[in-house]
Every structure is written in C-alpha cells, then in structure tokens.
Design a protein around this ligand. Structure first.
Ligand SMILES: Cc1cc2nc3c(=O)[nH]c(=O)nc-3n(C[C@H](O)[C@H](O)[C@H](O)COP(=O)(O)OP(=O)(O)OC[C@H]3O[C@@H](n4cnc5c(N)ncnc54)[C@H](O)[C@@H]3O)c2cc1C
Length: 495
C-alpha cells in the first residue's frame, strides 16, 4: 500500500500536480475544498495509473449508442446471426425519440405519397406501436407521418432487443475509450455501475450521434461552424382552456412576445399531439443557440438553459392568459435533444444538390422524402426546401416567405437516397457510423438527419458488418450488391 501510494505521489508530482491539491482517501482521490477544479483552461493533469480492464464480453459486433439507429443496427445484425453487444448511456433505448421526447417519425412514402420508400424495422416498430394504440398516423398537405407515445416506444425497443437472445444489452453504460491494434479497433471500453469494463468485437458501429467512438479512435470528423441548435422538449398540459378563452392564442407567437420579461429569443416552436395524454402537447420550442453539445461544459450549460426556457414557456402562458390556471409541465426530456455535433468524414459526403436532385446511387442503402430542414443558428426561424423546387422561410409571428430554390421543371424527383459510402469513415477498417453521424453537407444533413432516415442507415451498417464478418473484409470493401440484397431480404425497401 505504502509503495503504491509513493508511486502515485511520484507520478502526480512528475505531472506537475501539487500535493496540496490532492488528498488520498480509502476509495480514490478527493479534492481539498478550495482546490482548483480540473478541466477548462488549467494546465494541470492527473495521470491515472495503468490498469488492466476486464473483458466482460466478446462478440462479433459492438454497437455503441442505443438510439433507434443503434438499436436497429443491433437487431439487423442479430437477425443475420451475429453475436452483438449494444451499449447505451441512458437506462433505456431510443435516444432522441425517447430521452428527448421527439415523437414524430416522418413519411415512409415518396413525396407524391404513392410509392413506399421505407420499410424494414421502422415500419415494423410503427406497426407494433399501432397494435398498442400508441401511434397516430397523420396526413398533412405535404406528407404523412407517425406521432407516437414516447414511453411506449421506450418499452417496445426493450421488447425488440429482448426478442434477440444474441444481443447483450448494456444500459447505463458509457463508452469512454477505444483500444486498437494494427489500425483496427479491438475493444470498446465502457464505464458502468460495475466499473470500467471492455467489450471485444470484430466490428464496431458508432451510433452515439456525437461520434464519441470516431473521436476517441482518431478517425476524421468535421463540425459545422453554425451547428443546428439543441432543444429541450416538454409535455405541456392545459392549453385547451387557454384556447377556449383566447380565440387568437398562438403558442408559437406568445413565447417570443417581447412584452413578457421572460420571452424567449426568437427561434422556432412546433408542437405535436402527446399520444395517450389527453389535454397535453409535446412542445419543441426552446433552443440553445451556439451550443456545441459534444463539449462537456457546453452540454451542461445547454441542459440547464433548455430547462430554464421550458419553464419560461409554461410561465408565459400560465401567468398571462385567461383560462391558463391548469397549464403545467407534465413531462420533460430527460436530456436535451441534440440536432448536430460531429460529422464523420466518410468515403462520400452527401450534398444538398444530390438530395434535392434525387440522385440515385448504386450503393444506396436508404431512401428519404423528408424536406431539407435547416434550423438557423444565426437568425430566427428555419428554412424548408422541397424536392419540387419550392422553399419556405418560417419565422414565428410572421407570414411564411414562400419562394423557389430553383426554377420549375417538368418532372421532380420524389425521393432521395443515402449511399453506403457516407457511412464508412475514411481510414476505417472495422468501424462504421450511423444516424446523424452520416457524412452530409449542411443542407443534405437538414434532410437526412430525421429518424426514418437514420433508422435505415442503422439497419444498413448492422447488415454490412455481418457481411464483412463473413468475408473477413474491411468495411470499405463490403460487396454493396450483396448488402442491398441482404437489406431487401430483411424487409427494407431497396430501390
Ligand atoms: C428537438 C429535435 C427535434 C427533432 N425533430 C425530429 C422529428 O420530428 N422527426 C425526426 O425524425 N427527427 C427529428 N429530429 C432529428 C432526430 O431526432 C435525430 O437526428 C436522430 O434522432 C439522431 O439519431 P441518432 O441515433 O444518430 O442519435 P440519438 O437519437 O441521439 O442516439 C444516440 C444514442 O447514443 C447514446 N450515446 C451517446 N454517447 C454515448 C456514449 N459515449 N456511450 C454510450 N452511449 C452513448 C445516447 O444516449 C443516445 O441514446 C429532431 C431532433 C431534435 C433534437
């Protein structure tokens, strides 16, 4: 004991850590009151002693991040016979769809509403929720979409995982580091209630949204200067009484009304039905502009600022309108909804021109019809661009500004595609990305980031890892014809 303590002190000293800053306790190190906090601009560092990390599980494919894209990657791989680990930081699966309470999956059809372009696990899960009366299928002038009960989604994803004995789930498990050998990732190091543990796998999928795996591995990524802002969603109850008493009431306008001291900075507010919660709406109206949620300190501030803004929304209505006595927050996202952080640099960067032009790819693994939807971080509102050449700039409280991003043409594309190459990081031998990590420029990302698209990329990388496993190849060398056939056999729409 004394020897190891001496050793520890020695390297702390060598690392330039003053003995005064650290006190040894029975179970580790504690900071003395008043000692400088680590992180930020400090030059100090603590060198951890080298240690052996137990390998808790060895498998074929390790999926890191259990949003719907990650879950679907794991399920697809498991259905193809692989032994899979699924690692999720939260105590449940679903990511933005459950933790952040975003309850809308967009259309499975092309923009004409005629051809089905998305099937697979997205369609299967919508069907499963429908059988539980936990989804509302809605049609608007521009598209059809599914609004679901986020709590039922959470449990349904558990069921889906549980049905596959060859998936080992790890919940409350945070990926913290990657081990690699000869350019291949060999282990995912996780921290969970049991401590620090390792998962060994032949292939890995980064489904963290933020690219934690590619970052720790040193694979290339980019970050846009003007990241789309994150949003804290809330379930707001009691607006019916307000609307009954104030015929012109518009939630999307009043929260930005500068007559109220707690008005939000002009952004964009939308809401949807809160399925199975009569009298409540799911409201997405907060936005924390400029926050990079892949930075720990900015994420902390964004979480607290998002919740502060959620309270402002409730208070503005409750305190200023007739019939608002019952208005209250009855549900809040358990983490802020992050729209954008890192993008993997992959073999192909999907462009807005390709998306809006409906370019077809020989290695297409996903189809989409959701518009280009860019939430501006430098000005209020958002811009929608459609495949038919039209565009709309929307700002709360103002008339929508309609226009065209290109002149009319005889025929318009009715869907776009995502190529497999946009999921293969440059330089990667055995790691793929999925979900919002897809390599896409700003405009293309505005379209492909939605969940019905991300879900398909999850299924694609799950299947691709299985094919790579069978042939012993690197992920870049997967036979894309075979991949597309495999996806079609598993229920995906492959065009
Ligand atoms: C407010 C808001 C509204 C939106 N509206 C819609 C909409 O209406 N419809 C739509 O389809 N899309 C919408 N989107 C976009 C869409 O929800 C996201 O782009 C999509 O969910 C991203 O999916 P993902 O699987 O890549 O990431 P996520 O859903 O974020 O999943 C990533 C998962 O990885 C886990 N994770 C992260 N880091 C680690 C780690 N180090 N170790 C272990 N686990 C980790 C996270 O906990 C999370 O569960 C919206 C997004 C936001 C934020």
């Amino acid at each position: 004991m004394s020897k190891s303590r001496r050793t520890r002190r020695d390297f702390l000293k060598a690392a330039g850590i003053g003995a005064a800053a650290i006190v040894q306790s029975g179970c580790g190190e504690r900071r003395r009151p008043g000692a400088r906090i680590m992180g930020g601009p400090s030059k100090d560092a603590v060198r951890e002693p080298a240690r052996d990390v137990p390998v808790v599980y060895a498998c074929d494919i390790c999926v890191i991040g259990g949003g719907s894209a990650g879950v679907f990657a794991a399920v697809r791989a498991a259905r193809l016979g692989a032994k899979v680990a699924l690692v999720e930081n939260n105590g449940f699966f679903g990511g933005v769809a459950t933790a952040a309470k975003v309850n809308v999956w967009h259309s499975l059809f092309d923009t004409a509403g005629r051809a089905k372009i998305i099937g697979g696990l997205t369609e299967e899960v919508v069907g499963r929720l429908d059988r539980r009366n936990a989804v509302i299928l809605t049609e608007s002038s521009r598209s059809r979409y599914a609004v679901f009960n986020t709590f039922e989604m959470m449990i349904e994803l558990d069921e889906l995982v549980r049905e596959h004995a060859n998936i080992r789930p790890f919940l409350h498990a945070r990926f913290v580091a990657a081990a690699k050998k000869a350019g291949r990732m060999t282990h995912a190091i996780i921290e969970d209630k049991s401590g620090r543990r390792a998962i060994e796998a032949a292939y890995f999928i980064d489904a963290t949204g933020d690219g934690d795996v590619i970052d720790r591995l040193g694979l290339p990524f980019t970050k846009n200067d003007d990241l789309q802002p994150p949003t804290t969603c809330l379930f707001l109850y009691g607006l019916d009484g307000v609307k009954d008493s104030n015929s012109a009431f518009s939630l999307g306008q009043v929260v930005y009304d500068s007559r109220y001291a707690n008005a939000l900075k002009r952004g964009f507010l939308w809401y949807s039905e809160a399925v199975n919660m009569p009298g409540a709406l799911m409201v997405a109206g907060t936005r924390v502009s400029g926050a990079d949620c892949s930075d720990a300190d900015q994420l902390t501030r964004a979480e607290m600022e998002g919740r502060r803004q959620a309270r402002c929304i409730r208070d503005i209505v409750h305190d200023n309108f007739k019939g608002a006595e019952a208005v209250s927050i009855v549900g809040l996202s358990s983490c802020i909804g992050v729209r954008e952080t890192r993008h993997a640099v992959c073999l192909h960067r999907l462009t807005e021109k390709e998306v809006l032009g409906g370019v077809r790819f020989a290695d297409a693994v996903a189809n989409g019809s959701y518009r280009v939807d860019v939430h501006h971080s430098d000005k209020p509102g958002l811009t929608f661009r459609y495949l038919d050449g039209t565009e709309v700039y929307l700002v709360p409280g103002r008339e929508p500004v309609a226009g065209r991003w290109r002149p009319p043409q005889e025929q318009n594309p009715t869907f776009y595609q995502i190529p497999y190459r946009s999921l293969v990081p440059r330089g990667s031998k055995n790691v793929l990305v999925t979900g919002r990590l897809v390599d896409a420029d700003r405009g293309a990302f505005g379209a492909v980031r939605v969940m019905v698209n991300g879900n398909q990329t999850g299924e694609a990388v799950g299947a691709a890892c299985c094919l790579a496993l069978r042939s012993g190849s690197n992920v870049a060398d997967v036979d894309v014809r075979k991949l597309r056939d495999t996806l079609a056999e598993g229920g995906s729409v492959v065009i």
